[in-house]
Design a protein around this ligand. Sequence first.
Ligand SMILES: *Cc1c(COP(=O)(O)O)cnc(C)c1O
Length: 420
Amino acid sequence: MSESGALLDTSGRTVFRGDLSAPDPIPEAGVEAAVKLLRDGRLFRYGEDRNSIPEAALLEQEFADYTGRKYCLGVNSGGCSMFLALRACGVEPGDKVLVNAFTLAPVPGAIAHAGAEAVLVDIDERYVVDLDDLDRKAEQSGARFFLLSYMRGHIPDMDAVVALCERRGLVLIEDCAHTMGAGWNGKLTGGFGQVGCFSTQTFKHINSGEGGLLVTDDEDIAARAILLSGSYMLYAQHRARPPLEVFERHRYAMPNCSMRMSGLVAAILRSQLPLLEERNARWRHIYQVLAGELAAVDGIVLPQRPLKEEFTPSSLQFSFAKDALTDDQARRFVQEADVHGVHVKWFGAEDPVGFTSRHDHWRYVGGATEGSVPAADRVLHRLCDLRLPLWLSDEDCRIIAAVVAEAMAVARGTKVKACA
Ligand SMILES: *Cc1c(COP(=O)(O)O)cnc(C)c1O
């Protein structure tokens, strides 16, 4: 938590005093569970004592129930959950994996980790995968896998995505790092493809510092993922797992990649899972208030979000209106907002800054040459991102919007309107 509120600086400009990068604290129940585990030292997820049920196995059961999937596996990061999903679905070195170009660095990273080759697919003005380009690239590349990343929580038309994957025979793996609890037309993300992958890194919907969860209904994928994650031969201790005979089919073929979730991480997450719905409702409220304010700012446009997109926004994206700003003015805008307390991330910066890297920065991705995803180039050049911590009040949202509006006016050389 951090102290928020507004103040005017000596030149009458609005300043936001909260720290938008401050994470939300772990609930007391999680702190207590963690301390208890620390006291008895059982941090490793597998035990040789059969009497207690390990925290990780309980978390997996609870998350499988939450998502409505049969099987769940906890791992050490979201990136590793995607790597394991790819391997467990049969991706071999040299295979091609389609992926929407607007995503986070661990996504092409997971594909590279599996020895596979990412084929970037273009996006549209709603920041989601362009289905015509997906169809085209699927045909051109002959890829059999599609890693769909709901980057920053934006969800494409899932009826159309699933239909296309079925028609093209694509295995669909969902990257739900920003969509825990979000859905499309009444169905939760992570339930559309063969596998759903989640992250519990500090800036996602539930926070364990590092962590990932993988869900599936396919018993072979589940068994392979559990074995690959490094279960030694203790996989019987899992709860949200397939029957033991399924493991017999795979146990000699899967390497142990040591990507387990620790008991400590599981304990911290178990305390947060029951709060998810309430948190997501809070995020939707914050988004609505801030989006309403920002939509009124000259030079800014917000994406249209269809009614079927049931998003859970832990961040907010907006774009510069077409031709509203030159690159120099965009840099000025970011800087002006920053010195007045609002850290806006801009995806158009030449060099990657923090979390904000872009497809053309991932030079290890073959074929990611200029012009291969022209719409993504254009859209990301105008795209900005704001994190939404849960403690933001309606008043905080108004102050943030005022800072953004004033920074925009200064950058464009128009008159700064007095703050309301
Ligand atoms: C955070 C994130 C991931 C996974 O991140 P980890 O740090 O490996 O847990 C994957 N995809 C997206 C879009 C993300 O934002």
